[in-house]
Design a protein around this ligand. Structure first.
Ligand SMILES: *[C@@H]1O[C@H](CO)[C@@H](O)[C@H](O)[C@H]1NC(C)=O
Ligand SMILES: *[C@@H]1O[C@H](CO)[C@@H](O)[C@H](O)[C@H]1NC(C)=O
Ligand SMILES: *[C@@H]1O[C@H](CO)[C@@H](O)[C@H](O)[C@H]1NC(C)=O
Ligand SMILES: *[C@@H]1O[C@H](CO)[C@@H](O)[C@H](O)[C@H]1NC(C)=O
Length: 262
């Protein structure tokens, strides 16, 4: 018999490190803990969010209905700190604002007190898998329709085309329907020039100009709620010799510097 490969040993060590005990009202079982998922939920206070158990999106093959049909149950725990391993308590879904629906928790809407790590545990008597998701809720900045720390970042090149999409809104639009999106720039409605087209979930700029830099906010209506996403667009100029320079602070400065060097 061949000795086990180093890769298998490494896998075994990694998996046994990931095994952690999760206490569940009296009983203690071994649970494979996948720690904190890379996907972070960041929402504005007062806006809805659907926090999905990441186990079904990349950790196991089954979806929620399949897991349910083989008798696995899904439970949710929460720790108020954002550190992994903080004390967790089971979530009781008794209000209407926060509800458990299939593989997710819906917050209608999210509130500042909801900030924390949410763990979903999928188990039966012999099997247990766990992963945690972080939820960050913040208020908009004073006089702004967004929170600066929650902005998405996009880059565009001068005179090239650029699509700015309204990110992570799939859960807030009805399947098969076109979302109703309103776009703002610097939180103000804008009359877009003819070469900027609003497509299904994006704003399409045919030829990027220098003053296209800025903060684009999309607003999606979702029942009685609205969802906002903000993207900061920076514009880079293409220099001869393939040199690029970020112009969010000034394309002209760069030219001035270059020419004054002669
Ligand atoms: C779950 O997976 C099964 C088999 O792949 C599929 O038929 C079913 O539509 C899926 N259910 C959901 C809710 O996605
Ligand atoms: C628990 O679930 C696992 C994975 O679906 C399955 O292989 C196992 O047979 C189940 N155990 C019991 C006792 O149902
Ligand atoms: C900031 O958020 C509050 C509540 O979350 C909202 O009522 C208000 O309209 C927002 N401000 C702007 C300028 O969008
Ligand atoms: C984009 O937003 C940031 C933060 O609110 C602000 O400092 C910056 O001036 C804005 N950009 C433009 C072009 O207004």
């Amino acid at each position: 018999m061949r000795p086990p490969s180093p890769l298998l040993i490494l896998l075994y060590v990694t998996l046994s490190r990931a095994m952690k005990t999760v206490s569940k009202r009296g009983s203690v079982d071994l649970c494979t803990d996948w720690s904190v998922d890379y996907l972070k939920y960041r929402v504005l206070q007062g806006e809805p969010v659907r926090l999905k158990c990441a186990l079904f999106y990349g950790y196991i093959r089954a979806n929620y209905s399949q897991a349910q049909s083989v008798g696995l149950s899904l439970m949710w725990y929460r720790s108020t700190g954002l550190g992994h391993g903080d004390f967790e308590e089971p979530i009781s879904f008794n209000g209407v604002r926060m509800s458990k629906e299939e593989d997710a928790i819906w917050f209608r809407p999210a509130d500042l007190q909801d900030v924390g790590l949410y763990s979903c545990v999928l188990r039966n008597s012999t099997y247990c898998m766990k992963v945690s998701m972080s939820l960050h809720v913040a208020e908009n900045d004073t006089d702004l329709c967004y929170n600066s720390d929650m902005r998405h970042m996009e880059k565009a090149e001068l005179s090239k085309s650029k699509d700015i999409t309204c990110p992570d809104i799939e859960d807030y639009i009805e399947p098969g329907k076109d979302p109703h999106i309103i776009w703002f720039k610097e939180c103000r409605p804008k009359q877009w020039r003819a070469s900027i087209l609003q497509r299904r979930d994006s704003l399409s700029i045919r030829e990027v100009k220098e003053d296209d830099i800025g903060n684009y906010t999309c607003e999606v209506t979702f029942g009685a709620f609205v969802v906002h996403r903000t993207t900061e667009l920076t514009v880079t100029g293409k220099m001869e010799g393939g040199m690029k320079r970020c112009t969010s602070l000034g394309y002209h400065f760069f030219f001035l510097q270059r020419f004054s060097a002669f």
